[in-house]
Design a protein around this ligand. Structure first.
Ligand code: ADP
Ligand code: MN
Ligand code: MN
Ligand code: MN
Length: 338
């Protein structure tokens, strides 16, 4: 038997953006534990805005497990928060609201800033670095600085060791801004992985004295904000599709525009301005290869006869991928199948 360090990770009850919380449980197994072997656990919900002090127990239900490359015999255990009965989801448990759809595929493009001393990594103490232009997918010290790539690479390795399905990483348009993409099949998988990848990044940055800034518009002015584009497809979109179904989907997205924005991350009006590759927050548009629209239709989608995936560009970097996936699937489910 080996003693494993199980890091139980959950989302707290803060609004509008939950924080990641975690604590370690030691348990012995013959081999790396499967999800079924991981017990429920509890925590003090009065310290996380999830319970009153008088009746403070909340339960942690493991829902996904990943090897923890930063720890000997470590596992990262993503959890849902449950009421004391262990079966009723806690009101803060947004994962429990996601419609079960094994045929739904999601790809999230998580953008974020690395921050040091209260400003983006690489910004001078006073004023600004050179304006945007050379940073996106840039190379060389002037473009990316020295520490950022080291962190991004270490983070990538940790995610890959954990079995998180990264599809790529890139330096973004603003100095100190980066992106990783995660793709998953099944309505919850990619969202689970986004939260665990955020956790790994924040934990990794502790030792560098660097913070991860997920706010969607941390630097005002002519600097890009951070999004979390949500690429999505369902079985029907991929296999049957068609122009009529596509247009019905877009009509439903238009109709529910406000409900979508409500869960696409806070302060999105600062980012969705119509500039910096966004559509303004009070408009809903879609267009082929159009990065200034709410939903971008890839060329491949049209070429395949309106089949494949679409990119909702509105979700922001601080959004909760469970709520985003949940809303997207809810809207799609209101449209009759093709
Ligand atoms: P861009 O920056 O041009 O918008 P990226 O390459 O950063 O594009 O992201 C595209 C995303 O689309 C990737 O996360 C990818 O996994 C996702 N994706 C590709 N095919 C599908 C599909 N069929 N369903 C859902 N997502 C998809
Ligand atoms: Mn991208
Ligand atoms: Mn991007
Ligand atoms: Mn994109």
């Amino acid at each position: 038997m080996t003693k494993y360090k199980l890091e139980y990770i959950w989302l707290d009850g803060y609004t509008p953006v939950p924080n990641l919380r975690s604590k370690t449980k030691i348990a012995a197994y013959e081999a790396f534990p499967t999800l079924e072997q991981l017990p429920m656990w509890g925590f003090d919900g009065s310290s996380t805005q999830q319970a009153e002090g008088r009746d403070s127990d909340c339960m942690l239900k493991p829902v996904a497990v990943f090897p923890d490359g930063a720890r000997r015999n470590g596992a990262l255990v993503m959890c849902e928060v449950m009421m004391p009965d262990g079966v009723t989801p806690h009101p803060s448990n947004t994962r429990a609201t996601v419609l079960d759809d094994p045929g739904a595929w999601f790809g999230f493009e998580q953008e974020y800033f690395l921050y040091q001393d209260g400003r983006p990594l690489g910004f001078p103490a006073d004023g600004y670095p050179a304006p945007q232009g050379r940073y996106y997918c840039g190379v060389g010290h002037a473009a990316v600085g020295d520490l950022a790539r080291q962190i991004v690479e270490e983070h990538l390795d940790l995610c890959l060791e954990g079995g998180i399905n990264h599809e790529g990483i890139n330096a973004e348009v603003a100095k100190g801004q980066w992106e990783f993409q995660i793709f998953g099949k099944g309505s919850k998988r990619a969202a689970d992985e986004v939260w665990v990848a955020r956790y790994l990044l924040m934990r990794l940055c502790e030792k560098y004295g660097i913070d991860v800034e997920f706010h969607c518009k941390p630097v005002r002015g002519d600097w890009n904000g951070s999004g979390m584009h949500c690429n999505f497809s369902t079985e029907a979109m991929r296999s049957k599709g068609g122009k009529a179904y596509f247009e019905a989907l877009m009509a439903a997205f238009h109709e529910h525009m406000e409900e979508h924005i409500a869960v696409y991350g806070p302060d999105n009006h600062l980012r969705l301005t119509g500039l910096h590759e966004t559509q303004s927050i009070d408009k809903f548009t879609y267009g082929i290869a159009d990065r200034g629209s709410s939903i971008r239709i890839p060329h491949s989608f049209v070429n395949a006869g309106h089949k494949g995936y679409l990119e909702d560009r509105r979700p922001n970097s601080q959004g909760d991928p469970y709520q985003i996936a949940s809303r997207v699937l809810r809207t799609i489910s209101q449209v009759p199948l093709p």
